[in-house]
Structure formats: C-alpha cells, structure tokens
Design a protein around this ligand. Structure first.
Ligand code: TRP
Ligand code: ZN
Length: 472
C-alpha cells in the first residue's frame, strides 16, 4: 500500500497543526513543568514503506476483541496493547487506516487522540508520564468502530478487510492489518496475540493460534483464539463465515485446525488431509515446526487473487494445489518464525518458500530441484531485478523475489558440494533466528560462517547482480 491510498485526513490541516503544537508544548512534564520524553517516531524507515510501524516502543502483546455482523460490513473493536517503551515517551503513534476511534486510554487515563492518514497519535495524560519512561511496560486501550477498509496494494492486489460472499477475511501483507486493528504494523515488532471475535450465532470465526474458548449468549458467539508465539502483524487474520471446521493431530501431537467454506469443501478435503504429512516432511528438511498448531483456512476463488501464509493457518482462496499448500506451510518456518527485518528482505520469505516447492516436487515424483532451477533460470521474468533490491513496493512480490530468490538458495547448496551440510545450514539459520527477525545481511553472514566459505561470488551475481550470470 502506498501513502497515497491512505484515507483523507480526518482533521483539518490547521487543527492538526494546532494540536501538534499543543502536543509539543504540553507533552509530558516531570511535575516541575519540564518536558520529559519525546514523541516516538511515526515510522521505522522501512526502505519500501517508511511510515509503517512506529518508534519508541515495542509491543509485547495484543489483546483484540472484534465484533461483526453477518455481512461483516462493520466492526467494532477494542485493542488492548501492552508495550515496552524504548525511550522516554511524551507521545507515540499507532497505525490505523479508516475506522472511527471512540476512545483511547494509556495506563487507564484518557489520552489525547490525533489522526493524520494512517497515523494515530496518542498523547498520554500528564499524570501517567512516568510510566512511559524507557524500559517500562505500559498499556493502551483503543476502542474503535466503523466499516473497515480494503486497501489496494502497490501491485494492485487487494488486502485488508476483504468482504466475501460468505463473510469476510482479513489479509495483511504488507500493510493490510491496520484496517482492522491499531498497532505497530511493521514486521520488525512481533508480539503474542489474543484475538476474540464475536459473530452472529451460526457463523464461525477463525483466527491464528489455538481456540481457547467459544461462548454463545444472546444470539452471538465469541471465539477466542490465542497465538502464543511471536507473530508479525501482517500474519494476523480473522475469517468469518459458515466454515466446516475440522481438528486433528499430527503423528507428533501437533494440533491441526482446518476451516473450509462449504463451497470448497469437496475439492479441498484430499489435499487438506495431507497437512500432517506436509508438516512432517517440512520438519525433516527444516527442523522443528515452530508453532503450537497448524492448519489452513480455505475460502472461495474470488475472495482474493492470492494465498497468504497467515500464522498457524495459511489462507487459501479456494481448493489449493498441494504445491501451493506446501509453499504456505513452508512460510511458517521462512517468514513467520524467521521474519524479515524490513520489506527489503522479502526474498528470504519467498525464495525459501519457492525452494521448498522445488524440494517437495522432487520428493513427490515431480521435476528435480535442478530441473526447477533450470526452468526458473530460463524464465525472463526472473531477471527483471535482483531479489535483494526490488525497485519499488509494487515489485515486492515480483517473480525475481520468488524464482531468483530460490536460485540463490540452490547456488549456495551447489557451492557447498555437501547436501547434509547444506541442510544443516538451513536448519541452523532457522534455529538461530527462531521467532525473531533477520535481514539479508544476517543471512549472508550466517551462510558464510556456517558453510565456512566465502560466498561473495554468489551474492554479487545471483543475489545482487543486475544481469543473468552464466550458469557455471
Ligand atoms: N506471501 C504470499 C505468498 O507467497 C503472496 C502475497 C500475498 C504477497 N500478498 C502479498 C506478497 C503482498 C507480497 C505482497 O504466498
Ligand atoms: Zn510465498
């Protein structure tokens, strides 16, 4: 999503300026009138989306309660956000696109609210200023309501709160989650989540993590999902519909929850039944599955033009091809557990998830990995730009990020001349950065250290180079 797609300012520019001046002057004081703390930054300077995310704090936990009607055209929500200040804060921002903010408190006291585009600025009451000093944990509660937006991504795809024939699904990559809850919406700030969704009785609401409870009263059902392991906000989801929900466990006892729109149920059953086998295959290649449950959400083909690796439970718009399902499950290791430090590092997600497709195909009587590599190499579309440097936000999901990203992985494997050592490197990488964030520089440094080789040649040509290198 591009800054230009953001809704118009809700405050007149003059009023916003005045408020900004008031925020500056009255910010937080130490009781003797001196200002302590400064406002947190309005963005974390992501190279592709500089205003995504916010500075000055780290969210540790989101407790979201969202209610919607059968048509899912309106929501009302309460976000309880627990965060740790990383500087003395006089004010801080959350990202929220559209929706009306009904009230906001910080540490239990009403906070002043200002909105400009997707930046929601909260100025805590002076009495609680001390609780937002660097290192302290503070709690923010935002109540909000309205018709959630859908946003058009830089590449033209729709994300955010997508209404569907049966209800709705929220898809957040790279910037859609701000359409249904306020937060620090950059992948660098991961947190655990409790997500409670209230829907009319007879509908189901499926989200990340595990179902902690389900209660029906007065014609509404509240589903409470809990995602304990850290999650980047673009991987949070809610799907509302009349799903067929199935629970099973893998051979190692991992819970698997699938939710399928009845229109897709028949055609999905066989492939979804393979999730335990796919997870076991992934564990053999990549090491322990990083989350406490797995599964999938299957909607209808016209819900979205793409699948997304929403945490624990990838979303697939209609009956999936097995290889697509493997791709989304592979993201649970590559992207969801080890998450890009910035959107520039997207190839670490898509290159490895594509490589997982190649590995799976080879193991299941499809093309060999080398054949997949050769096919990707021959495809002009993969040479449009280097995977480490997509020209702009519209290119983040372009073919080089996937196909050429996977080629980088394969070139490392070939340079090592030792498959067991290569797979140890991949597992070591996932273990080292498990539940964290990693950049391309982290990866290249790790790969050189773990392989004991100078891989400069691979980085200069396959990863960063402009033109197609000789195959060698
Ligand atoms: N990450 C998704 C996948 O590969 C694809 C995708 C969905 C995507 N939305 C996006 C990629 C937005 C980049 C930007 O399965
Ligand atoms: Zn992918």
């Amino acid at each position: 999503m591009d800054e230009r797609t953001v809704p118009a300012r809700r405050t007149a520019p003059g009023a916003a300026l005045l408020l900004a001046a008031v925020v500056l002057v009255t910010a937080c004081t130490d009781g003797r009138g001196a200002v302590v703390g400064t406002p947190g930054a309005a963005g974390v300077r992501d190279p592709y989306f500089p205003r995504l995310g916010n500075g000055g704090y780290d969210v540790t936990h989101y407790d979201l309660s969202v209610a919607t009607d059968a048509r899912a055209g309106r929501i009302s929500g309460t976000a309880v956000i627990t965060a740790r200040a990383t500087q003395d804060l006089s004010a801080f921002n959350l990202d929220l696109a559209g929706l009306d903010v009904r009230s906001a408190t910080v540490e239990g006291r009403p906070a002043a609210v200002n909105r400009a585009g997707w930046e929601l600025t909260l100025r805590p009451a002076a009495e609680v200023a001390d609780r937002l000093r660097a290192g302290r944990t503070f709690r923010t509660v935002v109540r909000y309501a309205g018709p959630p937006r859908t946003v058009t991504d830089a590449d033209g795809s729709e994300e955010g709160w997508l209404r569907t024939a049966y209800g709705a699904v929220a898809l957040g990559e790279p910037a859609g989650s701000m359409t249904w809850f306020p937060g620090n919406h950059h992948p660098g700030d991961k947190a655990s989540y409790d997500i409670r969704v209230t829907v009319p009785e007879g509908r189901s609401a499926v989200s990340n993590g595990e179902l902690a409870s389900r209660r029906t009263a007065g014609g509404s059902t509240t589903y409470h999902w809990r995602a304990r392991e850290p999650m980047a906000s673009y991987l949070a989801t809610v799907a509302v519909g009349r799903f067929t929900v199935r629970r099973t466990v893998t051979g190692t006892g991992l819970a698997v929850v699938t939710a399928v729109d009845p229109g897709s149920a028949g055609a999905s059953a066989r492939v979804l039944a393979r999730i335990p086998e796919m997870v076991a295959w992934g564990e053999e290649k990549f090491g322990p599955y990083p989350f406490s449950s797995a599964g999938a959400i299957v909607g209808r083909p016209d819900d979205a033009g793409y699948a997304l690796e929403t945490q624990n439970r990838p979303f697939l718009p209609g009956p999936p091809d097995p290889v697509l399902l493997v791709h989304e499950l592979a993201h649970q290791w590559f992207g969801n557990s080890v998450t890009p430090a910035s959107w520039r590092d997207m190839w670490l997600n898509e290159g490895f998830a594509t490589y997982a497709e190649w590995l799976w195909s080879e193991d299941h009587s499809g093309p060999t990995v080398q054949e997949s590599f050769d096919e990707a190499y021959a495809d002009e579309a993969n040479w449009a730009f280097p995977p480490s440097r997509p020209p702009g936000p519209a290119d983040l999901s372009g073919p080089p990020v996937y196909g050429r990203g996977a080629m980088v992985v394969h070139r490392i494997r070939r340079a090592m001349h030792d498959d067991p050592a290569f797979f140890r490197l991949v597992r070591g990488w996932l273990e080292e950065y498990r539940h964290g964030n990693a950049s391309t520089a982290d990866f290249t440094a790790y790969a050189e250290e773990a392989s004991g080789r100078d891989l400069t040649e691979i980085w200069d040509t396959w990863l960063d180079g402009r033109s197609r290198p000789a195959r060698g």
